[in-house]
Design a protein around this ligand. Sequence first.
Ligand SMILES: Cc1cc2nc3c(=O)[nH]c(=O)nc-3n(C[C@H](O)[C@H](O)[C@H](O)COP(=O)(O)OP(=O)(O)OC[C@H]3O[C@@H](n4cnc5c(N)ncnc54)[C@H](O)[C@@H]3O)c2cc1C
Length: 308
Amino acid sequence: MHQILIIGSGPAGFSAAIYAARAGLKPILFASSVEPGGELMNTTEVENFPGFPDGIQGPDLMAKMQEQAEKFGTEVKYEDVSEVELLGDVKKVMVTSGQTYEAKSVIFATGSAYKKLGLPAEERLSGHGISWCATCDGFFFKEKTIAVVGGGDSAMEEATFLTRFASKVYVIHRRDTLRASKIMQQRAFDNPKIEFIFDSEVADIAGSDSVTGLTLRNLKTGETSELEVQGIFVAIGTDPRTRLVHNQLELTAEGTIAVQDQSSKTSAKGVFAAGDVIDSVYRQAIVAAGAGAKAALDAEHFLASLED
Ligand SMILES: Cc1cc2nc3c(=O)[nH]c(=O)nc-3n(C[C@H](O)[C@H](O)[C@H](O)COP(=O)(O)OP(=O)(O)OC[C@H]3O[C@@H](n4cnc5c(N)ncnc54)[C@H](O)[C@@H]3O)c2cc1C
């Protein structure tokens, strides 16, 4: 039986693996067959991860994290976990190729998917004018005209934050009223750089190398119009990847895995969680990496307590 299995290969998973491997726990990390490396594989320059004053490409950062985890003895499996059994003393992790792994502890670091608009241009222009994270990418839009899509608190927060950089921010929302809290709405309404476009959706995104404009469709009249922008931030929500643990672990009202106090301990003994799958607020690589380290330390203490 293994000491520890880690599910997820983003900053949380690899950081947990580095700590667990250095503690001699010989972790196995399931990296997924389709998108190993996590969300940072979808971006270009990462400028806010400490230690890289000149910035680093997202995929390069993830390759370095993996190299560091493997150097200390982490075994990386490019497998998708299809099922888990977490409630007994022996944890079971089943992968799509049919194998079952058993361990005394498990760390969940499966991340959270940003909801997408579902447009063909979205993948192609991701990191080239299309972003899901104002904190990460706002800096690249100094004096540009941009659009934020969404009507909730996070859309208002992103739009207001982006006015620090952009010369103009359009907020595009499908309805004629916002879901955001009154105070967040008011802050956005009061901001002279923000203009609202209601009852509208983004029908297409133009640009060959980077975003140059949007086609908008008015949902009441059906009419389409063009809007010239150099960037678009999609803020229509996130889906924490918790499908595997429904009915086994407690979740929060936001749909993330619930952890106890400041720790990474979930509602099941010996099961820990870290990164965006527990975080509906910060969602940053450095925060996920820190949470991964905490999860490995919590797991290490748990395994030591079993020996006692
Ligand atoms: C376009 C973009 C740009 C960003 N830029 C920045 C930035 O500049 N700076 C910054 O700090 N943050 C940035 N972020 C946010 C950052 O990427 C996330 O906060 C961070 O990656 C979260 O790490 P994580 O390890 O929790 O999850 P993730 O990075 O999402 O990794 C989770 C991994 O688990 C895998 N997984 C899920 N389910 C399974 C399963 N069943 N079996 C096997 N594997 C599974 C997934 O495939 C994925 O590889 C950006 C995000 C995006 C989308």
